[in-house]
Design a binder for this molecule. Structure first.
Ligand code: ADP
Ligand code: MG
Length: 262
């Protein structure tokens, strides 16, 4: 799905779409994250890995504008984020389908909120459901679907919306290994076709390396970027072949040693 708006945005302003400047997150007496200084380039695919509780979801929440930093600032397109960011499509760990709507009704929801014309809406919903392999399930209700299918409905919903930025928080955790690889291929196509920016949180190092331009390893809580690795594997990546590249194994090893899981 071409996204002319994303291309237009890319033509103006600095290379950096998202900038965290000395960002700290505290919840009461808990120092959860930071200080974190990190930039995300326009059109970049950035993956974030790190131990549970180090502040990965917190970082995404700040870009989405649902959480303010305790100190420091988060800039989006050069402006401070100070409320819900409508450029962003956010696939959280706890998205829910609305139980009384069908699959297509769920995917259509944000488009209805935008007041989109029926024809375009139908077209986007059809496209998005096809992308995640849910064609034929349009009229199904959430209670009839598996966890992995529900997660794909959420992905389709974001895809249909066509955001400039995809924030994805362990989106494929509930999918089996084969389906996850198929979703990786779809996601790489989507990234290539749209020119959108992706910030992708995962605990799966292979997943991060397959998808990303750069992988950020966060330290234990309070999480800070501990290592940032450029994934210098050619684009036009094949999600199976890439694993046979010796460099792939070297990246797994490097990231694994940087991860501080205990
Ligand atoms: N709204 C909140 N209120 C209180 N504590 C929170 C809140 N959000 C996150 N935390 C805490 O901050 C830390 C980082 O959370 P989170 O960003 O969800 O970690 P991660 O996604 O890396 O597992 C955790 O210890 C979590 O319990
Ligand atoms: Mg999290």
């Amino acid at each position: 799905m071409a996204n002319p708006d994303a291309a237009r945005t890319a033509a103006q302003g600095s290379d950096m779409l998202i900038e965290f400047n000395e960002v700290v997150a505290r919840f009461g007496s808990l120092h959860a994250m930071g200080p974190t200084t990190l930039s995300v380039r326009r059109g970049e695919f950035l993956a974030i890995v790190g131990p549970s509780g180090c502040g990965k979801s917190t970082l995404l929440n700040m870009v989405a504008g649902t959480l303010n930093p305790s100190s420091g600032s988060v800039l989006y397109n050069g402006k401070k984020v100070d409320g819900p960011n409508s450029d962003v499509g956010y696939i959280t760990q706890k998205n829910y389908c609305v139980p009384w709507r069908t699959v297509e009704g769920n995917v259509r929801m944000p488009l209805e909120l935008r007041g989109m014309a029926r024809g375009e809406m139908d077209e986007r919903v059809r496209f998005a459901l096809a992308q995640v392999g849910l064609t034929g399930f349009e009229k199904a209700y959430p209670k009839q679907l598996s966890g992995g299918m529900l997660q794909r409905v959420m992905i389709a919903r974001t895809l249909a919306y066509g955001p400039h930025v995809y924030l994805m928080d362990e989106p494929f955790g509930s999918l089996d290994a084969q389906l996850r690889m198929r979703m990786h291929a779809k996601l790489l196509d989507l990234w290539q076709q749209t020119g959108a920016t992706f910030v992708f949180v995962t605990h799966d190092l292979q997943e991060a390396i397959t998808l990303a331009d750069r992988v950020v390893v966060m330290s234990r809580r309070p999480g800070r970027p501990k290592l940032i690795v450029d994934i210098d594997l050619p684009r036009g990546r094949d999600v199976v072949d890439i694993q046979a590249d010796p460099a792939f194994g070297a990246y797994v090893k490097q990231l694994w040693h940087a991860l501080d899981l205990h």
